[in-house]
Design a protein around this ligand. Structure first.
Ligand code: BGC
Length: 898
């Protein structure tokens, strides 16, 4: 056994230090997007990664070249020259002004500290959108008001012929008030869904740019079908619709350039015609009615005409600006087969797809033209095994299809999505499970985090956290994806942000959402409960929700190191803090309504007061302090030193006020809850001498609940951090591994495949929680994910070098785990950690991306650690004498004999 382990170790080391390959440059990004089309940023930034098998690799120089390739001529537009710098992210374009609708090519050549060679990258490109409103010749068009009473989807179309010339480039710039899908010559354009996405539409509507050159012919037909979407569909509660307007419309401009330099445009205008078609009704919450008999396969082909087509109507523009999409589009992702066909006690036919997901069902179905099939979606089967939809509240989540008789026709919805694991089918025809698949839809973010351990329940928890994120990151970070809600709740988003940023690259996703946050911020600085705000001007200012305005931009800065984005949010951050300051008296924040520590632990028959109620004013004061501290740091980072100093003074006053108002002289808080201690400790509000007592009280509290957490949305994200940062990682591990309610693993033991809104969405007796507030796909409690990355893997941000240019590796090695393995794909490349332990020894392998460095901190007992040294491939372990190791890039192995 020992021999085998030794052999494995040698093999591992050989692969670690294996034959050195030369370095290369990869993952060229513009504004963190690969070859994006249609940008409207006139100073886009360049980033790349460096791959090398050597250690301590640093970039010493870069040279970027940007050129155009019009009429096959390469014209260099900008040459950065040789710049001696290790910067490889966010290098701003500094050439002549970029032009609308133009394609630009680029590459970079770098030098490294290792040799005198230059390493050129491959070529990459991007294109610009329409930079000035006057570049838009297209008009908003849609159906007439009379024709739109039933809100059927209009199918708008036109024909056009092109010159007999070679096309050099053809970009379609397109958007909608509502949602759109576009077709050219019978083919769907692009692979985006639910476009154009959701922003604060009154102020700005995103458009997308597609390269359609390959779809064009001499004679063409183009078609755009619209749905109500977020623009005018039902959102929030009651009969609330038409949040942004009552008229749906599209605006599209196809710009074709021939190789001889001439060009032409096809634009939406009232010469287009429309008819109604297969999409009869479509609502985000309620689902779609699709009559396949009305499906006109040929409708976007040249020459297609129907007798009842009408002229499109020009729709008057509103107050909106058109902006280029800046975040990843929603695309189809994983798909799932039926894992079980269930007959419920009431006799329903239900398919189980094994994963609670967000998207829709695609299927074929045999039946006569005119037959109806209805699909209902649910997240769980209840205790009795019945299809459970009560928790959907008013959302129907039902798609109805009228068949056209073609057994091979693939049915799917268009302008709606469902949150489900189970599908109930009503059809008079036989249903065949293999004809149905569940397709996940979400914003196409790069997965950046992996984490696997020797504990299968923890691995399932990690998967559930990632699925919670996938299901709720559909262009906007939503609370839940299934009931009549699906809104961008700010509190949920801030609680989950750090975990989200480990799991996926959410830079562009949140940059875009934060702009909407600042747009929807009230004049007095208050911040909405939901963004985009569809709840009105009074739904604002709750502590821990509104603080998304400071917490997310700051944390995004720490993960991605982009000062430009931070400085764009800085005014909004300031406005929120001054809102609180204006309401504060003697340093105590007197806010209005607060949700408090939402969904904290509340036992049913609470006779002796075990409910973990935390005073809301205490919570508000904690977040007032935290937001002010963030602002102080952001001001300093952005070079506003005087402002930073003023916030520092303000913070001292807030802290002093906290101590006198919410704490006894001995350090007891007015609310004896985990959340109260966690917030006060995490936000540095407890005077230093009283910290040990506060930590003891927190630990006693946890023990008094039998090693269970009692925190709600606001306390949960910080609970384990506070414990491990105050020397009680053992208690954090107890909480993490706790299997009974309330805990993170309790839902896992109940078969959860996502994170639940409540700790006991399904109670231990098998019954369900209150249906009015019981989502089975709500990411907020998944915030423990960050702790697992930071502690089990030990990957920690260095605030002084935001964006992982330098970072810390400080894994803890809890005895409860034999092995932990995982990684984070930073903007520089992969940070990897893998450790394994048994009774005799512990092996730790780490990987640090080129052009970064890390400080590794090994726990105590320094003398017993040794490090593998590649001495001309003569591998040796030499003992480590310091528990801090400064490491350049590359792979390293450490060992500890126990
Ligand atoms: C949402 C939450 C949200 C909360 C406000 C709920 O309806 O689903 O996640 O944060 O309201 O307390």
């Amino acid at each position: 056994m020992i021999k085998r382990t030794a052999l494995l170790l040698v093999l591992m080391l050989i692969s670690v230090f294996g034959i050195a390959q030369s370095a290369y440059v990869k993952d060229l990004k513009i504004n963190q997007l690969s070859n994006p089309l249609g940008l409207d940023d006139v100073k886009p930034h360049f980033s790349w990664k460096i791959e090398s098998s050597k250690q301590s690799v640093e970039q010493t120089q870069y040279q970027i070249k940007v050129w155009t390739e019009n009429t096959n001529q390469k014209i260099i537009l900008w040459d950065s020259g040789k710049v001696n710098s290790s910067n490889s992210v966010y290098i701003p374009y500094q050439g002549p002004p970029l032009e609308s609708n133009q394609t630009y090519h680029w590459n970079v050549e770098i030098q490294l500290n290792q040799d005198a060679k230059t390493y050129p990258s491959d070529y990459a490109f991007w294109s610009m959108g329409l930079l000035s409103p006057s570049d838009w010749n297209a008009e908003w068009i849609g159906p007439s008001k009379e024709d739109d009473i039933e809100r059927k989807s209009p199918y708008l179309r036109t024909d056009f012929k092109l010159k007999k010339k070679t096309i050099a480039q053809a970009y379609l710039h397109i958007t909608a008030k509502g949602m759109y899908e576009a077709y050219l010559n019978g083919e769907r354009i692009g692979d985006h869904y639910l476009s154009p996405g959701w922003t604060s539409y009154k102020e700005r509507i995103p458009y997308q740019t597609f390269d359609v050159k390959e779809l064009l012919k001499e004679q063409n037909g183009i078609g755009i079908v619209l749905g109500s979407g977020w623009y005018r569909g039902y959102l929030a509660w009651g009969d609330a619709n038409d949040h942004y307007g009552s008229e749906i419309a599209t605006k599209a401009q196809l710009m074709i350039t021939y190789t001889d330099g001439t060009s032409e445009q096809i634009t939406t205008n009232p010469s287009w015609t429309y008819t109604h078609g297969a999409i009869v009704d479509s609502e985000i919450y309620n689902g779609e009615l699709f009559d396949a008999q009305k499906n006109q396969k040929e409708w976007s082909n040249f020459g297609f005409s129907v007798s009842n087509s009408r002229k499109a109507v020009q729709i008057t523009p509103g107050t909106e600006r058109l902006i280029a999409s800046r975040n990843e589009p929603i695309r189809k992702q994983e798909s799932f087969e039926v894992i079980e066909k269930v007959k419920t006690p009431s006799g329903d036919t239900v398919f189980d797809f094994g994963q609670n997901l967000v998207g829709w069902i695609e299927f074929k179905h045999q039946g006569k033209a005119g037959d109806t099939i209805r699909l209902y979606h649910a997240e769980i089967l209840d205790k009795e095994g019945e299809f459970y939809t009560e928790n959907l509240r008013a959302a129907k989540q039902m798609n109805t299809y009228i068949l056209n008789g073609d057994p091979n026709f693939i049915y799917r919805p268009h302008f709606t999505f469902q949150g489900f694991r189970y599908l109930k089918i009503e059809s008079s025809n036989e249903v065949n499970p293999s004809d149905f698949k569940a397709v996940a839809l979400y914003s196409d973010m790069l997965q950046t985090g992996t984490l696997e351990t020797s504990n299968s329940l923890i691995n399932k928890l990690q998967q559930n956290i990632q699925w919670g994120q996938k299901g709720n990151f559909l262009d906007v970070p939503t609370d839940c994806p299934q009931r009549d809600e699906r809104l961008g709740w700010t509190g949920d988003a801030q609680a989950f942000f750090n975990t989200a940023a480990f799991n996926f690259d959410v830079k562009n996703f949140f940059d875009k959402w934060l702009i909407d946050l600042s747009i929807d911020q009230r004049e007095d600085g208050s911040v909405p409960f939901v963004v985009p705000n569809v709840l009105g001007k009074d739904a604002m200012g709750s502590a821990g929700w509104a603080d998304a305005a400071t917490i997310i931009p700051w944390n995004a800065y720490l993960y991605y190191g982009d000062k430009t984005s931070l400085s764009k949010q800085y005014p909004s951050m300031k406005r929120w803090v001054s809102y609180m300051q204006n309401l504060a008296k003697d340093g105590i924040y007197k806010g209005g309504f607060h949700f408090g520590d939402w969904l904290f632990y509340r036992p049913n028959d609470d006779n002796d007061g075990r409910s973990a109620v935390t005073n809301k004013e205490l919570i508000a004061q904690c977040f007032y302090a935290y937001s002010t501290e963030i602002l102080m740091k952001a001001a300093s980072e952005l070079g506003h030193q005087e402002e930073s100093k003023a916030y520092q003074d303000q913070l001292s006053q807030i802290k002093a006020a906290f101590v006198s108002e919410f704490m006894t002289p001995n350090g007891r808080l007015i609310s004896e809850t985990q959340t109260a201690y966690v917030l006060a400790l995490h936000f540095n509000l407890i005077p230093e001498t009283l910290i040990p007592r506060a930590v003891d009280r927190l630990v006693e509290n946890i023990k008094s609940y039998g090693n269970h957490l009692t925190t709600g949305f606001l306390g949960t994200p910080y609970l384990c951090h506070v414990l491990s940062e105050n020397g009680r990682a053992d208690v954090a591990i107890d909480l993490l591994l706790q299997k009974s309610y309330p805990s993170w693993l309790y839902p896992v033991t109940q078969g959860a495949t996502t994170i639940w809104e409540r700790w006991d969405g399904l109670k231990p007796d098998g019954t369900t929680q209150t249906p009015s507030m019981n989502s089975y796909n709500h990411y907020a409690y998944g915030a423990i994910g960050e702790w697992m990355y930071r502690q089990l893997l030990g990957i920690q941000i260095d605030e002084k070098h935001a964006g992982f240019k330098h970072f810390f590796l400080k894994p803890i090695f809890p005895k409860e785990f034999d092995e932990v393995k995982g990684s984070y794909e930073s903007l520089y490349g992969k940070i990897g950690v893998h450790w394994k332990q048994n009774d005799d020894n512990l092996t730790l392998s780490v990987e640090i991306p080129a052009n970064t460095s890390a400080t590794l901190e090994l726990p105590n007992e320094v003398g017993t650690w040794s490090k593998a040294i590649d001495n001309n491939r003569n591998l040796k372990f030499t003992s480590v004498t310091q528990n801090q190791q400064q490491l350049g890039s590359g792979k390293y192995v450490f060992r500890k004999e126990k």
